[in-house]
Write a protein of this length. Structure first.
Length: 135
């Protein structure tokens, strides 16, 4: 899909790299994101939906690069583009490698999360000993 060039925001940015507009504070007491305000000005109120960047450029405010959708739609966009953080991880937080043998098939998980078999097994055993072996 050829979207053409991005129009980059030239104002202030938040720590996540999104342009923000100083109109007070919106959802979760955060400044309003520029791409969301621009989309709403063009399309009207979208309620709880998110505004997705089809170009995957957080600084872009080109209206033709923006689309509304659910949080799941946005996450699926990131997974397809290979930008979802869980896809980049090579080891679980306990240091076990995410290998083919040690990782559950996550194709059915919409967010692309990886599940370590060793940690999952240990978690189940802890639950078992805590809950099933009570005397």
């Amino acid at each position: 899909m050829n979207l053409g060039p991005c129009d980059e925001w030239t104002g202030r940015f938040n720590d996540a790299g999104y342009g923000v507009i100083d109109l007070g504070y919106g959802q979760n007491n955060r400044p309003y994101r520029a791409h969301r305000i621009i989309y709403i000005q063009d399309h009207g109120d979208i309620g709880d939906l998110v505004v997705r960047h089809l170009c995957h450029n957080r600084a872009c405010v080109n209206i033709s690069h923006l689309a509304e959708g659910t949080h799941a739609d946005n996450t699926n966009d990131m997974v397809k583009a290979g930008r979802f953080n869980n896809q980049r991880r090579t080891h679980c937080r306990e240091g076990h490698p995410y290998s083919k043998e040690n990782t559950y098939n996550t194709s059915t998980i919409t967010d692309g999360a990886q599940v370590c078999k060793i940690c999952q097994r240990a978690s189940r055993l802890r639950w078992y000993y805590k809950n099933k072996l009570k005397v």
